[in-house]
Write a protein that binds this ligand. Sequence first.
Ligand SMILES: [Zn+2]
Length: 176
Amino acid sequence: MVDSWASSEHARRTMRANRSKNTAPELAVRSLLHARGLRYRTNYRPERSLRRSADIVFTRRRIAVFVDGCFWHGCPEHLAMPKSNVDYWVSKIERNRDRDRETNELLRDAGWTVLRFWEHESPADVADAVTAAVASAQPITGRSQKRHTQARASGTQRVPQAGQSGSDATTSSSSD
Ligand SMILES: [Zn+2]
C-alpha cells in the first residue's frame, strides 16, 4: 500500500536523508568498540524468534545496542518534520516508537540488556557506556551454562583462525 505521494521526489529525498542502518554515528561507535578489542555482531537478531534486529549485539553477554536515528525514532531534540504529508510521517514515527518500546520489553523479558542511544550522542560517550556494560556482564558460558561445559566442549568444533592464538582451552580437550 503506497500512497501516490510516497513515490514523489520529496518523499524519496526525506527517506534518503534519514537512513536507518549503518549510519555514520553507528559506524563511529562500532569502530571505537572494535578498536577496544570488543567483538560483536551488527544488524543482528538477538532472538531468532523475534523479528527484531539490533544495531550491535554481544551474543554471549546478551547485550543489544540500538543507535536510534533522530528522525525515524522521533528524537525530541532534532525531529524536523517534513513540510508535506505531516500526518503520514507523524504516524509512521509514532509506530516506530511503539515498536521500539515493544522491542525493549520483548528482549528484556528474554533476558537481554537493552541499551538505546540517539545518533546525536557523542560516539565516544556511547562507546564508553557500551564498554562499561560489556565489562560488567558475565558471558553466559561462564555462568548459567557452567553445567553444560562438558557437552559444549565435545560438541564444539571450532577451528582457530590464522593469526590468532588457538589457546581457548575448551576446544583442545579431545584432540590430544
Ligand atoms: Zn537527536
